[in-house]
Design a protein around this ligand. Structure first.
Ligand SMILES: Nc1ncnc2c1ncn2[C@@H]1O[C@H](COP(=O)(O)OP(=O)(O)OP(=O)(O)O)[C@@H](O)[C@H]1O
Ligand SMILES: [Mg+2]
Length: 331
């Protein structure tokens, strides 16, 4: 690993972001890799691999090496991280950077060690592992150093992390293995069962991003292209936007239930802070329309959506990398 300087990494199950000290975000790509099954050679990673997802020939396997908060393929993960580091290499020949990696707190310590080892093997001098719920809070600009409770919910690709932070530490933490990909699958399943039509992952994601509102009633329709399961032929159906809301409702409610559960479990002094200061929602799914209204209605607590939810973790990792003194050097 020949890098000019220290770096921060947000290794998400959907997206990987890299921050270079003093430079800012230098990489932001899907956490995905395409590998030739016969030769085990890397065909592509990130954006380019995502473009061929669902269209790949049989000899190519395309995988997200991290899924549902677990490593499903260590070799693929190593190759992917390796490729990402290669992409950001500059001409400067500084070596052995320090790396701060933000990981979901639900990964086991064994998995965290595996990831740490991969990065050390690539030539890092030191690897710091920080829980992404904490770097997200720092990235959003929450002041977590005071004895005041800060509640944050990060709804990512496959995991929702929920945390209450105070005095630079996590006071309460929980997670649900539900995220944007779960909602995509819910939409696929709903359309398959109701219309007997099969749609792909990226079609489902596009529907979620462009047409879903989790709060508002909307009976406008949207045309969807898919494959008729009975005839096997391409077909077009028309779907009411409301149906998308119904499709994901159950899983979204599980997230809200867990938020309520954490609120109930938080000691009174801290929950008073939360009621006053509210809950910040971040992660890619924070962009789902109607989310603020829905969670506010169900919890009765003020809700704020992070301004840039897809980069809060990496922004926080960047802040820590820029002032490494914030981290225990002996970690
Ligand atoms: N505008 C949008 N509306 C709705 N969902 C969105 C939008 N933009 C991104 N998403 C969803 O956000 C998810 C990815 O979020 P994010 O990048 O925070 O995940 P991650 O950090 O990689 O995953 P995890 O935290 O679970 O490891 C995807 O499922 C994506 O479809
Ligand atoms: Mg994340």
């Amino acid at each position: 690993m020949m890098l000019s300087t220290d770096i921060g990494i947000d290794l998400g199950t959907s997206n990987t972001l890299i921050y270079e000290r003093k430079k800012g975000i230098v990489l932001n790509e899907p956490s995905i890799i395409a590998i030739d099954k016969r030769s085990n050679k890397v065909i592509d990673t990130g954006n380019n691999a995502y473009k061929i997802l669902g269209k790949e020939p049989k000899n190519i396997k395309i995988i997200y090496p991290l899924q549902n908060g677990t490593i499903i393929d260590i070799d693929a993960l190593e190759l992917m991280i390796n490729e990402f580091i290669k992409k950001i290499k500059t001409n400067n020949m500084f070596i052995k950077p320090r790396v701060l990696i933000s990981l979901s707190a639900d990964l086991t310590s064994l998995e965290k060690d595996v990831i740490k080892e991969i990065i050390l093997k690539l030539g890092a001098r030191k690897v710091y592992v920080e829980p992404s719920i904490k770097t997200a809070a720092i990235g959003i600009g929450m002041n977590i150093s005071e004895p005041i409770a800060n509640m944050i919910v990060d709804i990512g690709g496959t995991t929702t992390d929920i945390g209450v932070l105070s005095l630079n530490d996590i006071v309460k933490y929980s997670y649900v293995k539900i995220g944007g990909k779960t909602f995509d699958e819910d939409i696929i399943k709903y359309i398959r069962e109701k219309y007997k039509v099969l749609i792909g992952e990226s079609t489902a994601e596009t529907l979620k991003i462009n047409h879903l509102n989790v709060y508002k009633e909307d009976n406008h329709t949207v045309e969807i292209k898919g494959k008729d399961l009975i005839s096997g032929l391409p077909t077009t159906i028309s779907l009411e936007k409301n149906e998308l809301k119904y499709a994901i409702k159950e899983n979204l409610n599980k997230i809200i239930k867990e938020i309520i559960h954490i609120l109930e479990q938080t000691p009174p002094e801290l929950s008073a802070d939360i009621v006053e200061k509210g809950i910040v929602i971040t992660g890619g799914c924070a962009k789902m329309k109607g989310l603020l209204e829905l969670i506010n209605k169900k919890t009765n607590v003020p809700i704020f959506i992070a301004e840039y939810p897809l980069i809060s973790v990496i922004e926080g990792s960047g802040k820590l990398i820029n002032e490494l003194k914030l981290i225990d050097e002996d970690q």
